[in-house]
Each structure stands twice: as C-alpha cells, then as structure tokens.
Design a protein around this ligand. Structure first.
Ligand code: FAD
Length: 464
C-alpha cells in the first residue's frame, strides 16, 4: 500500500520532515508533525503499515504479529486514538492464563494461585528466600547487581529465581540470566503480581524489599482491540496523517543517508523502481538504530561500527493456525514455560472477525534465531508446534484448516551484558547530528508498549 497525499516527485526536492518507519511510533510522530502544520513524508520498508502492530491478511483473516492489544494506561492518548479509530475499536477485559504444571492459572499470577501451585516445601523455600532477600537489603551495604541473575536473586531470592525465572529467561532470550544485563530486570520482567503481594506483606512487617521497576499488571485491565486486528490502530493514524497533508510511502528501500559537518544532506531511497532523494528539514528514525547508523555516508567511525555489531536482537516467529472449531479456549492468551512456544493467543476471543465464521485463529509465538527451523518455518518446526499445541488440548491436527508463518528479525532487543556501553557509543555519535532523532522500540533499543512507543514518537516530533 502506498498512501500518498501529494504529488511527491517534484515536491520532494523541497526540504521537509522525514520519518523512517510506519510502525505506531513513526506514524504518531508523523501525526504530531502534521498536526503542527509541518510537511512530513514517512518512508516505510514494508509493503504494509504498522510494523510490529501490523495485521497482514492471510486466508481472509488478519494475522497480528503475536498478541497486540492497546493498553488504556495513558488516558489522554487513548482518547485521541479511540477518536482516530472512530468506533472501530472496542474494549476487552483482560483474561489471560499461564499453563503451569499441567493446569491453567490466572495471569498475572494471583497470590492464591501461587500458593495452590507450589508444594508446601517449595512455598516454604520461596517465602524464606524472599525473607532472606529482604534481610539482605536491610542489613547489607548497598549492592549493585552485576547481571540479571544477581538482580533477580536480589529481588526475589534464590528459590523463586530457580523456580520461575532461570530456565524460562534462558529459553526466552537464548541467553542465560548471567549473560544478561541487570538493566533487563528494570525494563522487561515477567509480571508476577502474586510475588509482589508477598513482597508487600514482607514490607508491612518492616523488611525493605526492593521494588521491581516494572509495574505489575493490573489484575483487572481493559484493553482495546478491533475486529479487523491490531493494524486498525496504525492504519487509522496513517489516514489522519494523509488527511492533514502528509505522505506515507511503503515499499521504500533506503540506500544511504548523506551527511557533512553534523548535518544531513540527503536521504536516498528506491521507491516503485525509481531512485529518489529527500533533503530532510528534520529526521526521525524508528527503524533499528544499528542498521540506521549503517546507512550513513560517510560511514560511522570504527568504534561506532564495532558497537553496532555488538547490539543484538532476538527474532520471533508467529505460527498462525486456523482451526475448524468455533473456539479453542476462553482466554485471550495463554503463557507456557516449557513448550516450543511461550504464548498462544486466540484473538477471536477479543472480537477478531475470523473467516470462515465457524473457525478460530490461533496465534502461536515462538522465539528463534535467524536461520533456524522456527525462523524458516520448515516442516520440523510446524510439526513441533502442532504436536505440542495438540498435546495442550487446543485442537486435533485434522482440525487445521490453514496455516500461516510470519517472522520479525527485530522483535526484541537483547539487553546482554555490556549493551549499555555499546548503545551509549552509538547514541553519542548520533547526538552529534542536528535535527536527527532515533526513537521508538527499534530506534531506542528498548521495550515500550504501543502507547509508550507513540509517546516517544510524539516527543521526538516536539523536539523542534
Ligand atoms: C510479540 C509482541 C507482542 C506485543 N504485544 C503488545 C501488546 O499487546 N500491546 C502493546 O501495547 N504493545 C505490544 N507490543 C509492543 C509493540 O509492538 C511495540 O511497542 C510497538 O509496535 C513499537 O512500535 P515502533 O513503531 O516503535 O516499532 P516497529 O513497530 O518495529 O516499527 C518500526 C518500523 O520501521 C520499519 N523499518 C525497519 N527498517 C526500515 C528501513 N530500512 N527503512 C524503512 N523502514 C524500516 C519497519 O518495517 C517498521 O514498520 C508487542 C511486541 C511484540 C514483539
């Protein structure tokens, strides 16, 4: 799709604002610029809008990239977005589950579920571990965790670390917690409100338990979703950008960003088979920050290139399975700790319109490495996904009507040890350019949800 609101070929010669990437962050940045009366062009690599929040249609049904629903934490932003979506979105009560030791428990994990799912010995060890962690915080000198393992043990104690976090974190990230930065704990933590409940009790009896920096999910949360899938949100923002005179070019291949003395001299790209050029008045990039800097010509200095080479992402694949059943489950999504997949979503339970109507769609999220069987989506990966989902009771293999495989190389930035230094070197170099911002989930190398990514885009657009 190419959404254009201008005769671009001639007018692109004039300097104007450029946003790279039409995910929610880039689109909201473009909207902020357009609302301020500025001329903006969005350059998107893919043929579709939305980035991670896209919902390409396959077999007649939109396929989200994993569970993608809008949180309502930022009320002001939510009001704006609901208006932009014009009734195409509806509220959905959070109803999610964790499969744990053969049965389903509520997500976020509740206090009573935790007690019910642990043996008396495990419970005793877990609470003792938390107590010891609290006593250590109270009586030991301040301590800086060297890695994610130490940070988790400091927060939750050793037994809970071993029980909940160690193997799952390792599988999820492909890196043992000892190889992850302690910063990871502040930014991306499984939300276990049950453990927070115990920590609250311990705080009440005077133990100064360290606070996890990631908010616990609310037990009752209202999400927002559309019968046409997650992409309704980015597509509605894009429509408004174009209505206000902006243009969005999909299918762009950026070839180089020329610069001199800290000023951007031009963005070169190919679009619809033509070589194109824009002189940006200001540039906001929401593409991955490493590859963004590698587009610069002349190239960044060697230490910056080396730092870019040391920043990694964890790719993810989504196996979409259309099942000949009106419904497989009640929950919006279910987490797994010991399967090939870590989450299965059933977006029909959130109101997705599925074709044919008597079927349901399962969105199965699987972490992977570039080039492995899951990434490629070969038969061995499909067989394992189907076998394990069938073993969990989702369907019988002969009920599968259709399958679809999607993947994202930059699904999750990896906060491995030392990433702060590498990111710092890169950001310092980028800060030397006037009117250039790298932001959003990819541009900022961080884990915002959609509402936070949009606020990041807005902030970048308000910087000049
Ligand atoms: C599995 C999963 C589930 C999630 N679920 C939720 C959820 O339920 N709720 C929620 O609020 N958040 C959720 N998130 C987070 C949410 O997806 C992100 O916060 C948000 O989509 C980030 O938007 P962005 O625009 O910053 O990045 P992206 O969506 O990654 O957008 C970046 C854009 O840049 C484009 N691009 C890349 N390279 C180039 C290039 N060379 N030239 C031009 N364009 C380029 C990409 O194609 C893409 O469109 C989830 C994330 C994942 C991975």
């Amino acid at each position: 799709m190419a959404l254009m609101n201008r005769e671009t070929t001639q007018s692109n010669q004039e300097p104007h604002d450029v946003v790279i990437g039409a995910g929610v962050c880039g689109l909201y940045a473009a909207l902020t610029l357009a609302r301020a009366g500025r001329r903006v062009t969005v350059l998107e690599k893919e043929a579709f809008l939305g980035g991670l929040a896209a919902s390409p249609v396959a077999n007649g049904t939109p396929h989200d990239f994993g569970v993608h629903m809008l949180h309502g934490f930022d009320e002001e932003l939510l009001a704006d977005l609901l208006q932009l979506m014009g009734g195409a979105s509806h509220p959905v009560a959070l109803h999610a589950a964790i499969r744990w030791r053969g049965h389903s428990v509520h997500y976020p994990l509740r206090f009573m579920d935790l007690i019910g799912s642990l043996s008396p010995i495990e419970l005793f060890r877990s609470i003792s571990g938390l107590l010891i962690a609290g006593l250590r915080t109270r009586f030991s000198p301040p301590f800086t965790a060297a890695d994610a393992e130490e940070a988790l043990i400091e927060l939750y104690g050793e037994p809970l670390y071993e029980l909940f976090f160690e193997t799952f974190t390792h599988r999820y990230w492909g890196v043992h917690p000892r190889g992850l930065s302690a910063t990871f704990i502040k930014s991306k933590m499984p939300r276990l409100s049950a453990i927070d409940a115990i920590r609250r009790i311990l705080r009440r009896i005077g133990l100064p338990m360290r606070q996890p920096s990631v908010e616990s999910a609310l037990e009752d949360e209202t999400l927002h979703y559309s019968s046409k899938g997650a992409a309704t949100l980015p597509e509605s923002i894009a429509k408004e950008v174009c209505r206000l005179g902006g243009e969005i070019l999909t299918g762009c291949e950026l070839t180089r960003i020329e610069h001199s003395s800290g000023e951007i001299q031009g963005i070169h790209f190919r679009h619809l088979g033509e070589d194109r050029f824009i002189l940006p008045a200001a540039l906001i990039s929401t593409m991955p920050v490493g590859p963004f800097s590698m587009l610069f010509h002349p190239a960044p200095p060697p230490d910056v290139c080396a730092a870019v080479g040391r920043l990694h992402h964890r790719p993810m694949a989504v196996f979409g399975i259309l099942v000949d059943k009106p419904k497989c489950n009640e929950a919006l999504y279910t987490y797994y700790r010991d399967r090939i997949f870590h989450r299965i979503g059933e977006p029909k339970n959130a109101g997705l319109s599925v074709k044919p109507e008597h079927a349901t769609l399962l969105i199965v999220e699987v972490m992977c490495f570039r080039g492995d069987a899951v990434w490629v989506g070969d038969d061995s990966a499909w067989n394992q996904v189907i076998q394990e989902a069938a073993a969990e009771g989702w369907f019988q293999p002969d009920q599968i009507l259709n399958r679809h495989h999607a993947r994202a190389e930059h699904a999750y930035p990896v906060f491995d040890k030392g990433f702060e230094r590498n990111l710092g070197i890169l950001n310092e170099w980028l800060a030397g350019f006037t009117k250039v911002r790298s932001t959003g989930r990819q541009g900022g190398f961080c884990y915002p949800n959609m509402h936070k990514a949009m606020r990041m885009g807005e902030k970048a657009a308000q910087d000049w």
